[in-house]
Design a binder for this molecule. Structure first.
Ligand code: DSN
Length: 415
């Protein structure tokens, strides 16, 4: 940060403070992770200097030779990792990857889509009324069964028969259970719809066989590259060759201009890392850690939505504790434990307050933490939640968090 410290000491200072926060704290936001230094170097590189509108071999600017090679490397690695016929690595984000599929498959203002509601685990860009997706298409949303708090595929099928959507979206950002992608594709085929799976949260799990994959099963798979895939902040799309042209056209020129080539280079780096055998072990450990953390929280008397987890995240239902999600998020934040408040299936509060907390293990697993640390973390969370206004306990927990986190570097050896 030599140059930054001279040019802009205010920003340099913020970056240093954030580095300390990441080192000393426990990052339990389920959608976040910690990237390697190699990924950081590619992201912070001179590849940011270039316009490369178009695709490898077909650019609208000169001087793109090295960029073509980098984008091809990213595409080929993405295809290899997921066993896909086609990959597009240009979407700036997961929401933009989703937007590209909507543009490719539906007519704005006319066509109908079906998706999981945000309040029950879906994503903003899956048709929420406040998002472009809810404004541009006619959206009908399914949720979870309120008894089991899990998806009921019979209900989804019945809804599809009534709604006759053009696109069925599956995938979630706050659903702790395995999703049956084959069931969704079959439901879509039964009503002559296309099926899109947004696997942003579980991409690493799908790529390594820890969760069943949507690739080669549903028509379109979208993802981000920065969650369990552990890469730079960005999006990507996977599909069969028959859809390659329509997807590529929907991304560029349909929805984006110049791709972020420094991010695409960093995507290539993270995908190379993900192709190493250790990435499978990492994803297995994410799930083992989530199970142990969920078990510890449950043993401490906290109720988990659906009773547990199959993946990298869990949702605590705080209803019986009288604490709101917001109060819990703030208290845990003061103790150095970063989580996010989240709505739960029978939510009665606003999305700014909520009755739930979402907790995930991808980032702490990257630091090398395993089951014994999960038990300690679960116990610390439960201690704070017993009385979110007890500043003495919060201070003690904060000291224990620093002691627990410090031996686990945010860039483990060799990364
Ligand atoms: N907002 C992200 C999450 O936290 O799940 C998904 O884009």
């Amino acid at each position: 940060m030599l140059y930054l410290k001279k040019t802009d000491p205010e920003i340099a200072d913020l970056l240093e403070k954030e580095r300390q926060r990441q080192i000393q704290g426990l990052e339990l936001v389920a959608s976040e992770n910690l990237v390697s230094k190699a990924v950081l170097e590619a992201m912070g590189s001179i590849f940011t200097n270039k316009y490369a509108e178009g695709y490898p071999g077909k650019r609208y600017y000169g001087g793109c030779g090295f960029y073509d090679i980098a984008e091809d490397l990213a595409r080929e690695r993405m295809k290899k990792l997921f066993g896909a016929e086609h990959a597009n690595v240009q979407p700036h984000s997961g929401t933009q990857a989703n937007m590209a599929i909507y543009f490719a498959t539906m007519e704005c203002g006319k066509d109908r889509m079906m998706s999981m509601s945000l309040s029950q685990g879906g994503h903003l860009s899956h048709g929420s009324p406040v998002s472009f997706s809810g404004k541009m298409y006619q959206v009908t949303q399914y949720g979870v069964d309120l008894e089991t708090e899990m998806l009921d595929y019979g209900v989804v099928e019945e809804m599809a028969r009534k709604v006759r959507p053009r696109l069925i979206v599956c995938g979630a950002s706050a659903y702790p259970r395995e999703i049956d992608f084959k069931a969704f594709q079959e439901i879509a085929e039964g009503v002559d719809a296309k099926c899109m799976a947004d696997i942003a949260h579980i991409a690493g799990l799908c790529a390594t066989g820890v969760h069943n994959t949507s690739v080669g099963v549903v028509d379109f798979t979208t993802t981000t590259t920065h969650k369990t895939l552990r890469g730079p902040r960005g999006g990507a799309i996977l599909c069969d060759s028959e859809y390659a042209q329509m997807v590529d056209k929907a991304v560029f020129p349909g929805m984006q201009g110049g791709p972020l080539m420094h991010t695409i280079a960093a995507k290539a780096v993270c995908l190379k890392e993900a192709l190493q055998p250790s990435f499978r072990e990492y994803n297995r450990q994410i799930v083992k850690n989530a199970r142990r953390l969920a078990g510890t929280l449950a043993d401490a008397g906290l109720r988990l939505v659906s009773g547990g987890t199959d993946n990298h995240l869990m949702l605590i239902d705080l209803t019986e504790t009288q604490i709101t999600g917001l109060e819990a998020e703030v208290a845990l934040g003061k103790a150095g434990i970063t989580v996010n408040k989240n709505t739960i299936p029978r939510e009665t509060r606003s999305p700014f307050i909520t009755s739930g907390l979402r907790i995930g293990t991808p980032a702490i697993t990257t630091r090398g933490m395993k089951e014994p640390e999960m038990e300690q973390i679960g116990t610390l969370i439960a201690r704070v939640l017993r009385d979110v206004h007890d500043e003495t306990t919060i201070k003690q927990v904060k000291d224990e968090v620093i002691a627990l986190a410090s031996p686990f570097p945010i860039h483990p050896e060799g990364t």
